[in-house]
Design a protein around this ligand. Sequence first.
Ligand SMILES: [Zn+2]
Length: 319
Amino acid sequence: MSSPYTQAAPLPAGVSLLLAPNPSPMTLQGTNTYLVSGGDGCVVIDPGPAISAHQAAVAEAARMLGGARALLITHGHPDHVAGAAALRELTGAPIWAWSREGSPLADATLADGAVVSVGERRLRALHTPGHRYDHLCYLLEDAGAIFAGDLVAGAGTVVIAPPEGDLSDYLASLRRLLALSSGERRLVAPGHGPTRADTRELLEGYIAHREQRERQLIAALGDGARAWSVAELVARIYTDVAPELWPVAAYSTLAGLLKLERAGLAHREPANEPAMAPGAEESGQRAVSPAETAAERTPLALEGVVGRPDGIDARWRRA
Ligand SMILES: [Zn+2]
């Protein structure tokens, strides 16, 4: 099967890719659903969003490969897992994921290092939290291919949305994959965007990018003379990114602040305490209510998906 991407490294033999029709700034061209064929059937990696035409296409492709043996989940975000129930219905294959907390539909859970066999082929589950606590990558051992979910994308960066996402975990997971990528024939097949053969450069680039954002965050916080809202920090850091994406960048900025907080380098001042209206002390006017200050809340892109994380409405100061 040919790749839907114009510039992509070729997939290993026996691996096919079906692109779900859910393009967006967050999902790039859409969610990649992979089928790994092993001679006596196949496994599916990420059923994708709940779009019946996509699950029907995946089920038909699996049938042509001898039937689906399992539906493997990289993590519980809806663009990867929401179609799992429908695909299980169509194929009869069980859903396997890191945890039922992360993917409530899972029929069984996969520990770090668990091996999924399909014919002669082996896929090793790698617990790689950071983008989300339940994130698994799958290493196809004979091909040296890493199905990377949302740990990395084929283009751009990925969002770290606390509390389910954690920047320290994320960096550790990137370094773990980098350590696994020292041999030849390494390939990254991400959940979004094209397959990449420049695995080390890709992973090193991601690590360098996060380190650069951390330096920018420390610089934006300044000397501690004043406290900043997350939205203010985003505007100071993400000058190289279109403002439409700042509500997405707010999550990763918060993830950076939480990492600095744990290291004792930043601290938060709650925003929900009633602030005095300008001139209130002199004129005896009432304080501004929390409902009024809520109108200045940091805009967020994913509230329906990941909620409004603790700390996003705080003001942050260099410690
Ligand atoms: Zn995700």
